[in-house]
Ligand binder design. Structure first.
Ligand code: ADP
Length: 172
């Protein structure tokens, strides 16, 4: 049942038509490289303007937490910006922080009555989280959430690179 609500696609998350796509942002919320840069480029300035308002109100976004903005020019209605951990050696609470990034994004989607949400492979780019371990944490966190929550109907994992795609195919 739960796994029927999980979908895997390979490609560019800025093209995905979902109620919300998740951004692997940084604590400043001011944009960056990787998927963050791609989302701001494709979504236009309305997203950054809302990020700046949130930053002025609450000083950015802590690692493991999430905030929501418009989707601007994207096909997605909203962007949920979450901050995954930078991976050092795994002894700084990275696993728990990555799980929190997924969980808090899902909770925010449910609170906003969003039914479809697409995730990139948070922290596995510039933040160097080991990809297999990150995938296991992402999948487990999503499965546990979907088992308890009926608002979110579908979660889409959007893998960009072949390595992540292969790992997710093997695990799902
Ligand atoms: P982080 O800083 O959290 O590691 P990155 O953006 O560097 O964030 O990488 C996170 C993941 O996003 C990586 O697996 C990368 O391959 C992927 N990625 C990069 N661009 C896109 C995109 N346009 N759509 C989906 N995923 C992307």
């Amino acid at each position: 049942m739960v796994n029927e609500r999980i979908k895997l696609i390979q490609g560019d998350i800025t093209k995905v038509n979902a109620d919300a796509i998740v951004n692997a942002a940084n604590t400043s919320l001011l944009g960056g490289g990787g998927v963050d840069g791609a989302i701001h480029r494709a979504g236009g300035k309305a997203i950054l303007e809302e990020c700046i308002q949130i930053r002025n109100r609450q000083g950015g976004c802590k690692t493991g937490e999430a905030v929501i903005t418009t989707g601007g020019n994207l096909p997605a209605k909203y962007v949920i910006h979450t901050v995954g951990p930078v991976y050092n050696n795994g002894s700084k609470g990275e696993d728990g922080l990555l799980a929190s990034a997924y969980l808090n994004s899902l909770k925010l989607a449910a609170e906003n009555h969003l039914e479809t949400i697409a995730f990139p492979n948070i922290s596995t780019g510039i933040y160097h989280f080991p990809k297999t371990k990150a995938a296991a944490i992402a999948i487990k966190t999503v499965q546990d959430f979907l088992a308890e929550n009926g608002t979110v109907k579908q979660v889409i994992f959007v893998c960009f690179d072949d390595e992540n795609c292969g790992i997710y195919k093997g695990m799902l």
